[in-house]
Write a protein of this length. Structure first.
Length: 184
């Protein structure tokens, strides 16, 4: 009995001395794995939020209006529109201060063929349309006017969202779109 008593420390029973204590890395492994999983989850969440925020801030999401390739064999029938052509020819100066440019446009505004409301609203807002188009080009630099399709989309979106109440414009076409440098 004295051999057993010598091996025991103060207050330990013989059964406790025969089972080994868990210690070291084996005891820490579940805790380490738990914190590693939490860290990886937090990292994935942060990266996702940063990517979404970056896309929103840089407008790299898809545009509201889509432009289809006219040469695509899957295009189908193109709709026919009625056109409002009474806007006339508009000449405006660009925003450039060093090399002044003048823009001259003849614009046609297309809307659904059976839509009588749009035709009458465009006719009633004829002078507002002329003023809008003149101010639109006055606010642009000559370098911004190189992409004609982008200009058409911007005019279309602004007409539908800011200037027309019940009307819905479908397409913008230019009979004339000239940007010329003013020589002194």
């Amino acid at each position: 009995m004295s051999d057993i008593d010598d091996d025991l420390e103060d207050g330990e029973s013989p059964e406790a001395s025969t089972t080994k204590k868990r210690g070291g890395l084996a005891a820490l492994l579940p805790t380490i794995l738990k914190f590693a999983a939490i860290g990886i989850g937090a990292l994935i969440f942060i990266v996702t939020v940063v990517i979404i925020t970056f896309n929103i801030m840089n407008n790299s999401g898809r545009s509201q209006t889509s432009v289809t390739d006219p040469s695509s064999p899957y295009l189908g029938r193109r709709p026919t529109y009625s056109y409002y052509t009474d806007v006339g020819s508009i000449t405006a100066n660009t925003r450039d201060t060093v090399n002044r440019h003048t823009v001259t446009v003849d614009i046609n505004i297309g809307y659904d063929r059976d839509d009588l409301v749009t035709g009458s609203e465009l006719n009633l807002r004829r002078f507002e349309l002329r003023d809008f188009i003149r101010r639109f080009f006055n606010g642009k630099f000559a370098s911004e006017l190189e992409d004609e399709e982008r200009i058409k989309r911007e005019i279309l979106e602004q007409l539908n969202t800011r200037y027309l109440d019940n009307a819905k414009v479908r397409i913008i076409l230019f009979d004339r779109f000239d940007v010329a440098e003013v020589l002194f």
